[in-house]
Design a protein. Structure first.
Lengths: 221, 351
C-alpha cells in the first residue's frame, strides 16, 4: 500500500517536474510546479511529517506560487518562441549537472546496502518541531527571520527608489502615466528629497519638474 | 484485510459527510434567496414544492440540462480544470471537522466517531487546502480569455492573499489558548463551564477579525469584488455556463460552510452545547445527537449572518478593501496575538 502510494506521488512529482521544464507557456510551467509541491507534500505525509507537509503546501503552493501565477497573469507573458539563440550554453550545462545528480543517486543506491528505518519518533509533529525550534535551534530561527526582514526592507527600498513622490502623495492610477525617464532612478536628480503633495501634478511642481503630463507628451513625440 | 475494511469505512464516512454537506449547502442557497427576498420586501422562489422546498433540485436539473458553452479562444485544458480545482479544494477541508462527539448506536456497543480524520495538524490542513482553492478562481479568470474574467481573477488572487494573512493570524490567539492544532482536541477543551467555556469569551477580537476576513476569503458581499456585477459583468465566471458555473457556485457555498464550521469549532465551542453533558451524561446516544445538532445549529446561525450581511451592506471599493485588510485587520490581528500571549504569560493558570 505504502509502496503504491510512494510510486504514485513520486511519479507525479517527477512528471510535473519534467513538465515545468518542458512547457513553453510560463503559466503551464507554474501550474506544474504547484503539482510538484503538492506531490512532495504527500511524500512528507507518508514520511510521518504532516507538519512539514502542511507548511510546504501553505507556503510554497499557497503563497509563493500564487504570487508567481499572479505576476504571469498580470504581465500576460507570451509563449516563449522555440529555438532562441540566446543562452545556448545552458543546455550542455544542464545536461552535465543532471548527469552528476543522477550519478550521485546511483552511487548512493549502489554503496548503501542496508536501509535503516528509524522508529517513528514524532519528529515531524507540531509539538516536537515547535519545542525544538524555540529551544535548540532558536538562533538559526531568529537569523532566518532577520534575513527575511532584510529581504522585505530591500524590496521596499527598491520599489521606493523609483518613485519621486513622498508616501503621502496620492497617485491615482491611470490619470497620469509617468515617463520612463522620470521613474528611472538613474534619471532622478542627486538631491533627491521627499515632498508631500495631494496629487502627482502637485508633487511634480514641488520637485521643480514641469508638469508631468506635458513632459510625458514630449517624451512620446 | 483490516486496512481494506478501514479504507472502505472511511470512504463510506466521507460519502455520508459529503452528502450531508451538499444538502445543507443546497438549502443554504434556497435560504439565501428566501431571506434576501424577505429583506428586500419580495417573495423569493416559493413555487417548486411546498414553500419552494424542492427549488435546489430544480436548479440542479436546470444546470445539468443547460447548453455548455466553451469560448473559442479559451485555453481548453485549464478552462476545464479550474472549476474542478475550486470544488475539490472546497470539499477536501470537510474531513477534519469534528461534527460531534463519539456517538454510540443504541442497544449496541458500537461507537462511531463523528470525525472522518483526526489530524495532528488539522487547522494547518484546512488553511493549506483553502490556499489551494484560489487557483481555481485565478485560472478560471485567465483561461477564459476575457478581460472581465481576467480582472476578476487578478482581484480575487490579490484579495485572497491579503486576507489569508489576517485570517491565519486571527486564529493564532485561539490556538495559543488551546495549545494544539488538532481540531478535535480544541473542541474537547471548550467543554468546561457546563459546555460554555467557549474560546470566543477569551478571544472576542480574534473572532471579529476572523469573521471579517472569512467573508473576504469566500468572496462574499461586501467583499465580492472578484465578481462585482456592476463593474465586471460576473467576474471570473463570466464565460462559464451550465454545470461548470454550478461547480463555482457550489464551491463558493461550500467555502462559506467550511469557514462557518471553522468559526464554530475554534470560537463557538464546536459541538459543546450548554448543560448537555449534565442532562444526558457523556457517551450516551442522546448526548451525541444533541451535540451534533448543536454544531449544525451554530453553523446555520453563522450562515444566516452571512446572508443577512449580503442583504444589508454595499460593496467595498477595491482600494478600500486593500487598505482595510493591510492597514486595519492585519495590525489588529497582530495586536490580538500580542495581548493573548501577554495574558497567558502573566496568568498561566487561568487558561
Amino acid at each position: 500500500m505504502l509502496v503504491l502510494l510512494f510510486i504514485l506521488f513520486g511519479g507525479l512529482a517527477i512528471g510535473c517536474a519534467l513538465a515545468v521544464v518542458a512547457q513553453r507557456n510560463p503559466l503551464y510551467s507554474a501550474i506544474s510546479l504547484v503539482g510538484v509541491f503538492i506531490s512532495l507534500a504527500c511524500l512528507y505525509v507518508m514520511l510521518a511529517a504532516p507538519f512539514i507537509a502542511a507548511v510546504q503546501v501553505i507556503v510554497y503552493a499557497g503563497a509563493i506560487m500564487v504570487l508567481v501565477v499572479f505576476v504571469i497573469m498580470l504581465l500576460n507573458v507570451e509563449e516563449e518562441e522555440r529555438g532562441r539563440g540566446r543562452l545556448k550554453f545552458l543546455v550542455p550545462t544542464a545536461i552535465a549537472l543532471a548527469a552528476i545528480l543522477i550519478a550521485e543517486v546511483a552511487f548512493i543506491l549502489v554503496t548503501v546496502q542496508e536501509f535503516r528505518v528509524s522508529p517513528a519518533t514524532g519528529v515531524g509533529l507540531t509539538h516536537s518541531i515547535g519545542s525544538q525550534l524555540f529551544t535548540r535551534y532558536l538562533l538559526p530561527f531568529e537569523i532566518t527571520s532577520i534575513l527575511l526582514l532584510m529581504a522585505i526592507v530591500g524590496a521596499m527600498t527598491l520599489a521606493r527608489r523609483g518613485g519621486l513622490l513622498s508616501p503621502n502623495a496620492r497617485v491615482i492610477p491611470g490619470v497620469t502615466t509617468l515617463p520612463r525617464s522620470l521613474v528611472d532612478p538613474k534619471a532622478a536628480p542627486d538631491d533627491l528629497r521627499a515632498v508631500e503633495a495631494d496629487s502627482t501634478g502637485g508633487a511634480a511642481r514641488l520637485l521643480g519638474l514641469t508638469d508631468l503630463r506635458s513632459q510625458a507628451k514630449r517624451e512620446e513625440s | 484485510m483490516d486496512t481494506a475494511i478501514d479504507i472502505v469505512l472511511k470512504f463510506v464516512a466521507i460519502s455520508v459527510a459529503f452528502v450531508v454537506v451538499l444538502l445543507v449547502v443546497a438549502y443554504t442557497v434556497l435560504a439565501e434567496r428566501r431571506v434576501l427576498g424577505f429583506i428586500q420586501g419580495r417573495l423569493g422562489p416559493n413555487r417548486v414544492g411546498y414553500g419552494g422546498i424542492l427549488q435546489p433540485f430544480a436548479d440542479l436539473l436546470k444546470f445539468i440540462l443547460k447548453e455548455d458553452i466553451v469560448p473559442d479562444k479559451s485555453t481548453r485544458f485549464i478552462y476545464f480544470l479550474a472549476p474542478v480545482i475550486a470544488t475539490m479544494a472546497a470539499l477536501m477541508t470537510m474531513i477534519v471537522y469534528p461534527f460531534g462527539p463519539d456517538i454510540r448506536i443504541p442497544f449496541t456497543s458500537i461507537t462511531i466517531p463523528l470525525t472522518i480524520a483526526r489530524l495532528d495538524i488539522g487547522l494547518l490542513y484546512v488553511l493549506g487546502i483553502t490556499s489551494i482553492g484560489v487557483y481555481g478562481i485565478m485560472l478560471a479568470g485567465w483561461s477564459s480569455n476575457n478581460k472581465y474574467s481576467l480582472m476578476g481573477g487578478l482581484r480575487s488572487s490579490a484579495q485572497m492573499i491579503s486576507y489569508e494573512l489576517a485570517l491565519g493570524l486571527s486564529l493564532i490567539g485561539a490556538i495559543l489558548l488551546a495549545g494544539t492544532l488538532d481540531l478535535g482536541q480544541v473542541v474537547e477543551q471548550q467543554s468546561g463551564w457546563h459546555g460554555l467555556r467557549w474560546l470566543i469569551f477569551f478571544q472576542p477580537l480574534g473572532f471579529i477579525i476572523y469573521m471579517i476576513s472569512a467573508i473576504a476569503e469566500t468572496n462574499r458581499v461586501p467583499f465580492d469584488l472578484p465578481e462585482a456585477e456592476t463593474e465586471l459583468v460576473a467576474g471570473f465566471h463570466t464565460e462559464y455556463s451550465a454545470m461548470k458555473f454550478a461547480l463555482f457556485f457550489l464551491a463558493e457555498y461550500i467555502n462559506m460552510f467550511t469557514v462557518a464550521m471553522l468559526a464554530t469549532t475554534l470560537f463557538l465551542g464546536g459541538w459543546n452545547m450548554p448543560f448537555a453533558e449534565s442532562l444526558f451524561g457523556r457517551g450516551t446516544f442522546l448526548f451525541g445527537l444533541v451535540s451534533a445538532l448543536g454544531f449544525l445549529l451554530k453553523v446555520v446561525l453563522i450562515l444566516f449572518l452571512y446572508i443577512w450581511l449580503r442583504g444589508t451592506l454595499p460593496r467595498f471599493r477595491f482600494d478600500q478593501l486593500m487598505n482595510f485588510g493591510w492597514k486595519i485587520l492585519l495590525p489588529l490581528a497582530l495586536l490580538n496575538i500580542f495581548l493573548t500571549a501577554t495574558a497567558i504569560f502573566l496568568f498561566p493558570n487561568f487558561f
